[in-house]
Each structure stands twice: as structure tokens, then as C-alpha cells.
Design a protein around this ligand. Structure first.
Ligand code: GLU
Length: 447
């Protein structure tokens, strides 16, 4: 239920941003959490902080023309939504996927504001991307697309202005092509303009692993808070991209057994535990589908085409594919199968109905804003290393990540307690992230 004042703000968001359903959903979730904050802090309402936060500071939409391998002209649409720079330069990834449109970029950018606030690091919120589909494209096509995309984007970004990174469809390969073009156009070796770079040219240790590792650390903290651990627990991770792969790696190191993961063709069930080296070979090197994994893994592993991975019973679920992949119905099945904890590696993978089912059932539910914040937090560490022309060891970087995740966890719990909602990480994350941004905005005058 929405507080009266918030409900009129929400109606306005609907009216001003027609058709952008993912953005509406992301705004509503935050507004539902911050009602009690307004009671304690009338200054937020008086200065219309919430209305201002819901309106991006700047939105850029541009044409991306490029030539495919047959010499044919292709045209895609590029986006960068610079949402909020109260805490630092706009920070957030780029998503290349055919589903990308303004509503997706705005939902991701909006989430990023609070997620970045929650890390306690000096980064604002932004997001970008394109409806370009890298699937089935050659390396040369991906390079030409990235070069064309950056030929427009470069004028809007910079180490102190806006710092993109990866997201779905944008990994090390794409970041390399993007940075190469930025460097060429500007004639500046400005490492801190983009994060997720390769280790050979200014990237940071643990950045590649950070979202997945961080999510596993967050779940470990939630389990610890309930007096238990990953040890021997049955885990399902959806997706098989960067976040999924490194969640699987860390969960295994922490003693859990990941029995299934998925891609858009179906899921693989591997009761002995997913073989990570084989998964990396199939997904990262060959860019192939999971049926290839199952065929090579042999006995014990089954590929289940076109089915939903959430039908596989598990005690810990780490949705790491994409938005709205867990419905209310999926959540009910998962609860009846004995679910204990959920860590969202993806952004907004659980629908509002699904979240309600988890919270009502008393499942430890770590929302993406908190549980997957390790990625962007490690991007901020990459920026820090670039600014000081330094590079840290793997061990030190991983230790920093672990500290950051445990701080975020504790802050969510404390804030939820403070507002009389013990154990509710959704409320804790939204309220703490919101307060940080709102307080900075209040101090900066009418921005
Ligand atoms: N795309 C990631 C996220 O959703 C990382 C963003 C970044 O590192 O800037 O948080």
C-alpha cells in the first residue's frame, strides 16, 4: 500500500512516462518502502526530493549506424540515462539486448541510484545500452557496433561525468572496443572513464568476478544472521552469464552445491554440482548453449529444454539472468520446495508478487540493490585504482569486496530494525539508499 502523498507522486510518474512498465515497477517498489521515512523527515516532502529523484537529470537517445559482415547497413538505437549525480559521477552499466528500450534503461538507472548509494562509495546513478543483439554476431561486427556506439557516447561521458561499465551483452570484449574508441577519439588515456576493463589495460582484479562473488557473500551473511551457512546446501542459480558463473564459483568455495543453471534455451540439472571449468569453456569461450555442457559432462547431467529452472527444488536461489524471471507462482513453488534464502544477482529478477510470497513465508530475501551491489562497488574500486595509477592484488581486492558486502548487509538489517521491519532487506536497502541520496541532494541546493 502506498502512503497518500506517495500515491499521487506515483500517478504522476505513470502519466509522465507512459508505457515504461519496468520503470513503473522499480519506482513503485521504492515508494512502497519509504512511506515511514517521510513521517520522520518532513523536509524530504517539503523539498519534493522524491519527485526530483524520479525525474532523470538527463536522457540521451541516439542513432547507431554500422555495417554488418555482408556490407549491409544496420541501424540500432543507443541510450544513456544520466539519472542522479548527487553522490558522484553517474555510474552504471550498458546493456546490449534486443529488449532494450527507454523503460528498461530507466528502471536500471533508477535502481542504480539507490544501489550505488547503499555501497557508501562516491558514485551517482546512470545506465545505458542499445537494442543491438550481439548473439550470432561476429567479433568484427561487435567491434564495429561498439565503435559506432562510442562515436556518439564519448561526448557525454568522462571520469568525472559519467562512467559506464558492462551489463547483459556487454563484457570484457565490448568494454575493450568501447574504451579503444574513446581513447582514439579523445586522444586521452582516461582509464577511469569506463570500468570492467581487461587486466592488460587498466582493469581491476576481481571486477569480473565481483557481482557473483558479492552476491554469494551477501547470501552467506544472511544465512549467518540466521545462525546457519551454505554448508551442504542445495543451490540453484539461473542464467549462465558473468554473474551466474562467478556466483557458482563462490558458492562452491563456501560449501554449497549448485545443482542447476539456465540459459534462454532451458536449464541443465547436474546433481553432482555444476562443473565450473566446463561451464566457462562452453559459455565464455565457445559462446555455446547449455545442451553442449550437458552432452560433454555426460552421466548425471541432464539438459531440460524450454523449462523453467525454478521448478528445481533448492534451499538457496540466486536468480542471475534477467528482470521478472520469478513470478508469484514460481515463488510459491520454491517456498513449498523448502527455500531458505534468495540472493538476487540480476536486477529486479523477482516480480512484486514473488517478493510478497518470499517475505510472507519468512524467506531471507536479498534484493538486487543490495545483493548484487558488489559489481558496481568493485567498479568504484577500479576507478580508485585508475585515479591513483595503482593496482591492487586479487586477495586485497576480494577482501575489500567482502567487507563492503558485509557492511551493506548489516546496514540493511539495522535500517529495517530502525523502521520496525526486522529482517526485511527490501525495506532496509530502499530506505538506506534513499536517505543517502536525499540527504546529499538537500545539501546541494535545488538540483
Ligand atoms: N551493470 C552492473 C549493475 O547492474 C554494474 C554496473 C557498474 O559496474 O557500473 O550494477
Amino acid at each position: 500500500m502506498l502512503h497518500e502523498k506517495l500515491s499521487s507522486i506515483y500517478d504522476n510518474v505513470l502519466r509522465r512516462n507512459p508505457g515504461e512498465i519496468e520503470f513503473h515497477q522499480a519506482v513503485r517498489e521504492v515508494l512502497e518502502s519509504i512511506g515511514p521515512v517521510l513521517g520522520k523527515h518532513p523536509e524530504y516532502a517539503e523539498s519534493k526530493i522524491i519527485e526530483r529523484i524520479c525525474e532523470p537529470e538527463r536522457q540521451i537517445i541516439f542513432r547507431v549506424p554500422w555495417l554488418d559482415d555482408r556490407g549491409e547497413v544496420q541501424i540500432n538505437r543507443g541510450f544513456r540515462v544520466e539519472f542522479n549525480s548527487a553522490l558522484g559521477p553517474y555510474k552504471g552499466g550498458l546493456r546490449f539486448h534486443p529488449s532494450v528500450y527507454l523503460g528498461i534503461v530507466k528502471f536500471l538507472g533508477f535502481e542504480q541510484i539507490f544501489k550505488n548509494g547503499l555501497t557508501g562509495l562516491p558514485i551517482g546513478g546512470g545506465k545505458g545500452g542499445s537494442d543491438f543483439d550481439p548473439k550470432g554476431r561476429s567479433d568484427r561486427e561487435v567491434m564495429r557496433f561498439c565503435q559506432s556506439f562510442m562515436t556518439e557516447l564519448f561526448r557525454h561521458i568522462g571520469e568525472y561525468t559519467d562512467v559506464p561499465a558492462g551489463d547483459i551483452g556487454v563484457g570484457g570484449r565490448e568494454v575493450g572496443y568501447l574504451f579503444g574508441q574513446y581513447k582514439r577519439i579523445t586522444n586521452r588515456y582516461e582509464s577511469g572513464v569506463i570500468t570492467g576493463k581487461g587486466l592488460a589495460y587498466g582493469g581491476a582484479q576481481v571486477r569480473k568476478e565481483a557481482t557473483g562473488y558479492g552476491c554469494a557473500f551477501f547470501v552467506e551473511e544472511m544465512l549467518k544472521a540466521r545462525g546457519t551457512s551454505f554448508d551442504g546446501r542445495r543451490v540453484v542459480v539461473s542464467g549462465s552469464g558473468n554473474v551466474a558463473v562467478y556466483s557458482i564459483e563462490k558458492v562452491a568455495q563456501l560449501g554449497g552445491v549448485v545443482v542447476a543453471c539456465s540459459d534462454s534455451s532451458g536449464y541443465v540439472l547436474d546433481e553432482k554440482g555444476i562443473d565450473l571449468e566446463l561451464l566457462k569453456q562452453v559459455k565464455e569461450v565457445e559462446r555455446a548453449r547449455l545442451d553442449v555442457y550437458a552432452a560433454r559432462r555426460g552421466e548425471g547431467a541432464t539438459f531440460v529444454p524450454d523449462r523453467n529452472v525454478w521448478e528445481v527444488p533448492c534451499e538457496v536461489a540466486m536468480p542471475s539472468a534477467t528482470q521478472n524471471e520469478i513470478t508469484g507462482k514460481d515463488a510459491a513453488t520454491m517456498v513449498s520446495n523448502g527455500l531458505v534464502a534468495v540472493g538476487e544477482g540480476a536486477n529486479m529478477p523477482t516480480t512484486p508478487e514473488g517478493i510478497k510470497v518470499f517475505l510472507d513465508a519468512g524467506v531471507a530475501f536479498g534484493p538486487g540493490k543490495a545483493a548484487n551491489a558488489g559489481g558496481v562497488a568493485t567498479s568504484a574500486l577500479e576507478m580508485q585504482q585508475n585515479a591513483s595509477r595503482d593496482s591492487w592484488t586479487f586477495e586485497f581486492s576480494e577482501h575489500r569486496l567482502q567487507e563492503i558486502m558485509s557492511d551493506i548487509h548489516d546496514r540493511c538489517l539495522q535500517t529495517a530494525d530502525e523502521y520496525g521491519m526486522p529482517g526485511n532487506y527490501v525495506a532496509g536497502a530502499n530506505i538506506d539508499g534513499f536517505r543517502r541520496v536525499a540527504d546529499a541532494m538537500l545539501s546541494l541546493g535545488l538540483i
